[in-house]
Design a protein around this ligand. Structure first.
Ligand SMILES: Cc1cc2nc3c(=O)[nH]c(=O)nc-3n(C[C@H](O)[C@H](O)[C@H](O)COP(=O)(O)O)c2cc1C
Ligand code: SF4
Length: 406
């Protein structure tokens, strides 16, 4: 498998502390170029056939989001970079930011120009203090050179809660409120931070923006899968020969990515790959040649999510793994709505009993029922997504649970 680097094009090549090295590598040229293009035309380049689909998990059309914020008349607009990265096993955004903070700031500045925003905020995971320092240093360098004009950057430390990665909970957190999701609509592009139009995009999404402006939409759309073009950064962990990150064409096979890291650890066989963090499903060995793009995965009921691949070999028991997964959700549920607050704890109790040999077969049916209720009744995607790993494990690896029961 061949790597292709777009978001991470400067990784290992430039000193992330040096704006001069970024500029010498062609940095901030795209911002100059973008500012010469009329705003609507610039947004149109990103809108075209869903050119840049958000890399934060949902795969939303970035141009469409920018258009929506541009259309609202407002004295203040915000661009927010979601660098909360709370999904277990995921560190792609950290990798991008610690290697090349300016590429993300440049992408945000281009977005700010496109929608007419004058404030930009990076909301960064609290456990990445070195990234927060690096970002502050990078902003000061850019400001000293007058690169951002009237655009004012703020670097904010995240609240340390998984739910604050959800864009509306994130906005609440910036406003100093409890990190709880807001009802949508209105969408943040219309009524976002402090009620003003706000674009929230992921780090990896912003990191691709400058290359698209520099090389054009035709170039970007020629890379990778047709309906999800470009590249994707993955972080691979678990029972793999080598752990690490890579950036590949969308449409690459999952198996190719695992091979790139030497495959399952020596002497063992693949049992599952949890794709997209704790809220992702378990890919079975017979699905391992699936191509990594939104359409191919959704045909199998899978989603790309955050870009984490957690490899599981035959020595692991799904009953044990699933207890850990659900314990995470039970701890991170914000408590606002009953299906998620109570449902996560109830599933955890039942799964723990099964794992400890104290469960019954009817408990599996109860868990499935709670999952269905959570899917339809939870207020935000955190609660709605708990069913994904749970149902996937109970469906594809049921015997692991039955073994504990028997
Ligand atoms: C519980 C939860 C956690 C999330 N965590 C993140 C995160 O850490 N980073 C991120 O970019 N998006 C996260 N998202 C998705 C965001 O709500 C939003 O879709 C994303 O920031 C939009 O950026 P994009 O369009 O560039 O993908 C999370 C969503 C949910 C429901
Ligand atoms: S689904 Fe969970 S995280 Fe979302 S609002 Fe309800 S309790 Fe909070």
């Amino acid at each position: 498998m061949k790597e292709m680097r777009v978001a991470l094009r400067n990784a290992g090549k430039i000193d992330p502390h040096s704006i001069e090295e970024y500029i010498n590598a062609g940095g901030y040229e795209a911002l100059k170029k973008a500012r010469e293009i009329p705003q609507d035309e610039l947004i149109e380049q990103f809108e075209k056939s869903g050119l840049l689909r958000g890399r934060g998990g949902a795969g939303f059309n970035t141009g469409f989001k920018w258009r929506s914020a541009k259309q609202v008349d407002s004295d203040i607009k915000y661009v927010v970079c979601n660098a909360d990265e709370g999904e277990p096993g995921t560190y792609k955004d950290r990798t991008i930011l610690e290697n090349d903070p300016h590429t993300v700031l440049e992408g945000m500045a281009i977005c700010a120009y496109a929608i007419g925003a004058n404030r930009a905020i990076v909301y960064c995971r609290a456990e990445y203090p070195f990234v927060i320092d690096l970002l502050k240093e990078a902003v000061a360098q850019g400001e000293e050179k007058g690169i951002y004009g009237d655009l004012k950057f703020t670097i904010m430390t995240g609240a340390g809660a998984y739910v604050c990665g959800e864009e509306t909970a994130l906005l609440n957190s910036i406003e100093g409120k409890r990190g709880e999701a807001r009802l949508k609509p209105p969408y943040p592009t219309v009524k976002g931070l402090y009620g003003k139009p706000t674009v929230v995009n992921n780090v990896e999404t912003f990191a691709a923006v400058a290359t698209i402006v520099n090389n054009g939409p035709v170039w970007y759309s020629s890379i990778g899968a047709i309906r999800y073009p470009g590249t994707k950064v993955f972080t691979v962990s678990g029972d793999i020969a080598e752990k690490g990150w890579c950036e590949v064409y969308t449409g690459s096979k999952l198996s190719e990515i695992l091979d790139h890291f030497g495959g399952v650890r020596p002497g063992h066989q693949l049992k599952a790959v949890q794709i997209g963090g704790n809220s992702g499903a378990f890919v079975t060995p017979d699905q391992i040649d699936t191509r990594i793009d939104i359409e191919s995965l959704s045909e199998l009921g899978l989603a790309l999510g955050s870009g984490s691949l957690f490899v599981i070999d035959e020595t692991r028991d799904m009953a044990e793994i699933l207890v850990e997964v659900v314990a995470f959700f039970a701890a991170e549920s914000c408590g606002k709505c009953t299906p998620c607050r109570e449902g996560t704890v109830r599933i955890l109790d039942l799964l723990t009993a099964i794992r400890d040999g104290e469960g019954q077969e009817k408990d599996l049916v109860t868990i499935e029922k709670i999952c269905k209720n959570m899917q339809v009744g939870s207020f935000c995607p955190l609660g709605q997504s708990v069913a994904v790993p749970v149902m996937s494990a109970l469906t594809n690896y049921r015997q692991d649970f039955l073994n504990r029961i028997q």
